[in-house]
Design a protein around this ligand. Structure first.
Ligand SMILES: [Zn+2]
Length: 179
């Protein structure tokens, strides 16, 4: 059966200098690129946080976050150190004002794409461990995929210290594997 690498939201706004920077977010590039180039995966797919300017998660709209990953802005671009030559598909999330979009599966074609390609096993890397990685992993498990999160390929926001470790614990408790 098929294996896919899912690279979550490796975008400028989630890396140092970005609007919603994750500490060390840029440091995942070597691991992400090595996995993508490893030949271990039948499919490499990238998700992208891709919000309208009035997205409900932004503070101006009463949400928890500064404006980030606004469609078509440099902050929404993939990080330049992310080698996308093996990426076959890009899945946009949170594309309407009301779609939260923490999970790559929420309101997207990700599940059908994976099924069409005969994928049953996911390795997830990207940003951020405690939000979009967590929700994508948990949704993947709910939908019956085997899910591994690669610890060297993720970093967390850590709004509260320990959030990333708690997120990984939640994924483990739901049946995921952390390596
Ligand atoms: Zn977002």
């Amino acid at each position: 059966m098929g294996r896919a690498l899912v690279v979550v939201d490796f975008q400028n706004d989630f890396t140092p200098g970005g609007a919603l920077a994750v500490a060390g977010g840029d440091e995942i590039a070597p691991r992400v690129n090595a996995l993508a180039a490893s030949g271990d995966f039948d499919l490499v797919v990238a998700t992208r946080d891709w919000h309208p300017a009035d997205h409900r998660s932004f503070r101006q709209q009463g949400g928890p976050w500064p404006a980030h990953c606004v469609q078509g802005t440099p902050g929404a671009d993939f990080h330049p150190a992310f080698d996308r030559s093996r990426v076959e598909d890009v899945i946009d999330t949170g594309v309407t004002a009301d779609a939260e979009g923490y999970s790559g599966f929420e309101g997207t074609a990700l599940e059908s794409l994976l099924r069409e390609r005969g994928i049953d096993t996911l390795t997830i890397v990207g940003l951020a461990t405690d939000y979009c990685v967590k929700h994508t992993a948990l949704d993947g498990l709910r939908q019956g995929f085997a899910v591994t999160v690669d610890g060297a390929g993720v970093r967390g926001v850590e709004v509260q210290p320990g959030d990333s470790e708690r997120a990984l614990e939640e994924i483990r408790a739901a049946g995921g594997v952390i390596v």
